[in-house]
Write a protein that binds this ligand. Sequence first.
Ligand code: M6R
Length: 612
Amino acid sequence: MCGIVAYLGDKQAYPILIKGLKRLEYRGYDSSGVALINGDLNLYKRKGKVAELEKFAKGKNVEGTVGIAHTRWATHGEPNDVNAHPHTSQDKNLAIIHNGIIENYNVLKEELINRGHVFESETDTEVLIHLVEDVQQNENVDLVEAVRIALNQVVGAYAMVIISKKDDGKLIAAKKGSPMVIGVGDNEFLIASDATPIVEYTRKVVYLEDEEMAVMERGKELQLKSISNIKHTPYFQELTMNLDVLEKGGYDHFMLKEIFEQPTSIKETMRGRLRIDDGVVWLGGIREYTAKLKNAKRILMIACGTSWHAGLVGEYLFEDLTRIPVEVEYASEFRYRNPIITEDDVVIAISQSGETADTLAAIKMAKEKGATILGICNVVGSSIPRHTDAGSYTHAGPEIGVASTKAFTSQVTILTMMALMIAKERGTISRSRYHQLVYELETIPEKVEEVLKTNDIVKKISALYKDSRNFLYLGRGYNFPVALEGALKLKEISYIHAEGYPAAEMKHGPIALIDEEMPVVVIAPKRGHYDKLVSNIQEVKARKGKVIAVVTKGDVDVAKIADHVIEIPDVDELLVPLIATVPLQLLSYYIAVMRGCNVDQPRNLAKSVTVE
Ligand code: M6R
């Protein structure tokens, strides 16, 4: 949460910073700000989106070749102009941007107030920059050393950059817990929360490690050291990201673009791993842990939100195919409930961003207790992959819409491949079933392509139900997680209350809600528990509920009783979640658009939840 971007070089910083902020707006968008040094320190901050900041700064002095900028998701203090970053030191010489939470800020603030510091905002960040200033003055050290000493007094998480009016040729950055990438170009440095603001200027990057500081000076090499003052050698990496993925490419929203990208993103997830010529699944990233997985007494899937839903599909897949017991855990609960973890457990942490604070904390805890930790993440170089023993990237490409779409189908694709690979190793799958699933998995991108052709039908259905106040989503077996995911998608972007349920559970409570006002989305493909779902649909209809059914192409039974049907191709029961989720994503999208909601940046949400 919160996006930071900084620039030092020969170019004008302001346009680079604003463009960078727009790329990072998915991380938070309740206020934003920029600070530039050009003789003076010019600071502009505004409540609202980056566009508000741009309007505010128009016509003002935005000159300067060094600057920092921030887009905020409020933690300490309401979103307003004063609490927006950057924050400054008391003497207005230093400015800081920060992503993370300084947990002991209250204690530090009190001490600083006692020493005469006066604070303008309610933020923990302002405390940090005052602390740096205080250390510099009292210890009589240079700014870099003052930052280092101050960081040793801080408890919490940070990715922060500091600039100084007295020294406009320098950026000082540090990180712990929150992500930070440094781009090194020709006579220029860029810093950002992820690589998207950097990639068009340079592909040479360094991912800062926890408790590491970086000093960037004009005409000098990048200098790294730990906050305990040990010099580090930078490990440079090459960005492979394609710039197109950062633009809407003709779509009205990133979410719609990402829904339509799924045939390609799923293909990318399978590339080089599903070797169709020899009919083999091979995930190189977990190769060395195959034996560990094969012999695991238990697998724990740990995740949050949509990624947790992917984990639930994973539970069905793994138990079905590998016969290893699986538990799926909300990371936020798991980390605080003293769970039993043994060295024979394998934890699979699932996360699009790779930065989710609860997931990260849960895997650190499981690691301490001796479990093997594998990761399934989308963002390369993010924190979670760096804390796992091994893992597989989903390679779905940057997901910018806050509502997760293509990341989910890619996570399920990896889980399917992993389950097949381990089932084969364990001998819990027959040769013919293994080959049938491998070959069918390979056809999923074209099946998704076919599902996307339901776009217009889904749009029409959306228009009929856009004003509904509640929605129910029902599914059984593999499609129970799909129902949960459909409901989450709808509520997060359209603000309509929606619940997902296992269809058979309906009669244990939710059936009381059903009347002519209640749309019920039922995932009812031919495979699985079709007859039972037909009965559930009858039960809804008997109470005058409106049924929107996702059915297998050519279905007649459900079509006779449902109010609307959305047809999907026939695929194996295990693979249905990969295609049945897609029309539900479209349904949420169109309903949200028709209700005038900001689908890419829904209220109160952020793409990357780096606070608990
Ligand atoms: O980046 P992660 O996959 O770890 O994020 C987990 C959740 O915050 C995320 O899936 C969230 O639920 C999305 N907004 C869902 O669309």
